[in-house]
Ligand binder design. Structure first.
Ligand code: HEM
Length: 223
């Protein structure tokens, strides 16, 4: 379907709803979250690096999962009827970039945690960590793959579409490694909200992937 754009009234309504929901969420949770951080800094300051590493881990996972889902929604042309392609391309790239930055921050913060005692070697070299070496290695491989995907997307013009596309298929491996890493290494994997996040992300990716495969088989969505 071709881009037609949403009517201005609908756009205004969507933005108002968006800011309304964000406002309510902040109003409801921000004071409690700030109080909890100050309390933690008071009673157990040594836990701050570990807590912030876990927060950045989930933000990174959210950004990279959203980027993958968004990418598939683009290739299946699901978004074309209400978003212009250049806008969606840019958002897809930005989400990956921020996911990469947050993922690196998550790993670096672990070096300040006294309990697992990570060094540069344990965050950079797969299987070198003494803490859950396999699960941590999956995170390291995923981080390197994400860096490769971000860099080759920036250099798409120089490396050519064919090579870029072949490399871009590695995004599926990166997402699989990230999900396995979060589930196997994480403290929060057993909580209902973390499970909902992992299951939701995997389900959406599987859904769009199936749509893409069907489109390929039936010849729909040809350029
Ligand atoms: C883009 C890259 C990465 C993403 C998106 C990511 C994401 C995650 C997520 C979602 C968790 C679960 C957190 C929890 O349940 O509390 C986690 C845990 C963990 N990650 Fe990563 N990770 C990435 C890269 C790395 C790297 C490179 C390392 C190398 C040190 C690493 C080490 C760990 C460790 C040790 C844990 C367990 C922390 C804990 O919960 O105690 N991650 N990661």
């Amino acid at each position: 379907m071709k881009y037609r754009g949403l009517p201005r009234a609908v756009q205004a309504l969507l933005w108002m709803t968006f800011f309304g929901v964000i406002g309510i969420a902040f109003y409801g949770s921000l004071p409690a979250a700030v109080a909890a951080i100050f309390h933690l800094a008071d009673v157990a300051p040594e836990k701050i690096p570990w807590m912030t590493s876990r927060i950045t881990a989930f933000l990174a996972y959210g950004a990279l999962a959203a980027s993958s889902i968004y990418g598939l929604a683009m290739t299946t042309k699901t978004l074309d009827f209400f978003a212009r392609r250049t806008v969606t391309d840019r958002l897809h790239e930005d989400l990956s970039f921020w996911g990469l930055l947050l993922g690196a921050t998550h790993a670096i913060l672990l070096m300040f945690d006294d309990y697992i005692q990570f060094t540069w070697e344990s965050i950079l070299v797969p299987f070198a960590a003494s803490y859950r070496p396999d699960a941590v290695a999956w995170g390291i491989f995923a981080l390197y793959l994400t860096a490769l995907l971000v860099l080759t997307s920036k250099a798409r013009r120089f490396i050519g579409l064919r090579l870029w596309r072949a490399i871009h298929l590695l995004a599926f491996a990166a997402f699989g490694l990230l999900t396995a890493h979060g589930l196997a290494a994480g403290t929060d994997s057993g909580t209902p909200w973390a499970r909902a996040l992992y299951v939701g992300a995997v389900t959406l990716i599987a859904f769009f992937f199936a749509v893409r495969v069907l489109q390929k088989i039936t010849g729909a969505n040809r350029r």
